[in-house]
Design a protein around this ligand. Structure first.
Ligand code: AMP
Ligand code: ZN
Ligand code: FE
Ligand code: FE
Length: 282
């Protein structure tokens, strides 16, 4: 009799950022989906981690704390997942607060653009879809657009208006990815680039830039992600193997906010997970 391999999903979002399940609901959904380990990696905040960890204990699945940190490289958005780390590290706490402030400040500027496009919304309309997240994002604006009948779903809002370079897009503060990786390392976190080649970002993070990030302290990158093609996975997996860094897999679950990303749609190989635990000192 063979024992089934553990199913490990290392990238998910809750209502603490732009997911639609509370941290508790998310962990319960992970257990119901048959996952053995789940990481909560909300955008630029650790606020959901204590609730999720307590629920994981209660339902008896493994839990890894994380955050998906908004970074930039050459004017393009890059996401770095920080696993673990010291949540009292002053410089990192301050940097996350600065990123979240940039998120909040951007909202009225995006609403001005939407109004000019004939889609008026108030900040209260957006807040109604933002639960009490400290980390407001474009998906919350998208939800308000859906509720107002301007678009059918989040995807249509991004494709027509909110995506990088779209008519309602406004940039926000993000630290450069090299300094972010160094900061995360200094706080004891393990940094892994999320969907490095998703949505056209292969041009932003080609193999040589990924290799330079490894020199700066990057621990690996996501390989198995819905936004990567088979060919991209092959190349990214091989590059990680050559450099001796982690190749992870995840759902990037957002609840009903992203229907192509059910929990566990991609998982992390148990051997890669064991190596991550070693890096975390667990
Ligand atoms: P923000 O946090 O405002 O930068 O928005 C980024 C989040 O929006 C991502 O983490 C995704 O959840 C979502 N997102 C980004 N681009 C798209 C897209 N083209 N279609 C649907 N969702 C997207
Ligand atoms: Zn998101
Ligand atoms: Fe992301
Ligand atoms: Fe994500």
């Amino acid at each position: 009799m063979t024992v089934p391999a553990p199913r490990i999903d290392l990238h998910t979002h809750s209502t603490v950022s732009d997911g639609t399940d509370s941290p508790r609901e998310l962990v319960r959904a992970a257990a119901a989906a048959g996952l053995d380990v789940v990481a909560l990696t909300d955008h630029d905040t650790w606020d959901g981690l204590d609730e999720a960890a307590a629920e994981a204990d209660a339902v008896g699945i493994g839990f890894l704390p994380g955050a998906e940190v908004s970074c930039a490289w050459q004017e393009h958005s890059v996401h770095v997942i920080a696993y673990g780390g010291d949540r009292t590290h002053e410089a990192l706490v301050a940097e996350l607060a600065r990123i979240r402030a940039g998120r909040t400040e951007r909202v009225p500027r995006m609403l001005e653009r939407l109004a000019a496009l004939g889609m008026p919304l108030t900040e209260a309309d957006v807040a109604a879809h933002a639960h009490d997240t400290p980390s407001i994002g474009r998906p919350h604006i998208a939800d308000a657009m859906v509720a107002a009948g301007y678009v059918a779903d989040r995807d249509e809002a991004f494709a027509g208006y909110l995506a990088e370079g779209g008519p309602a897009y406004v940039d926000r503060y993000s630290p450069d990815v090299f300094s972010a990786v160094r900061l995360l390392r200094s706080a004891g976190a393990v940094p892994v680039v999320a969907h490095p080649w998703g949505r056209g970002s292969r041009r932003v993070l080609p193999l040589d830039v990924l290799a330079s990030l490894v020199e700066a302290g990057l621990a690996g990158w996501e390989v198995d992600h819905v936004d990567h093609t088979d060919e991209e996975r092959l190349v990214l997996r091989e590059h990680a193997r050559e450099l001796g860094v982690l190749a992870t897999g995840s759902s990037d679950y957002h609840g009903t906010g992203k229907t192509r990303n059910p929990l566990g749609v991609y998982c992390t190989d148990p051997e890669q997970y064991e190596r991550l635990l070693v890096l975390l000192g667990r």
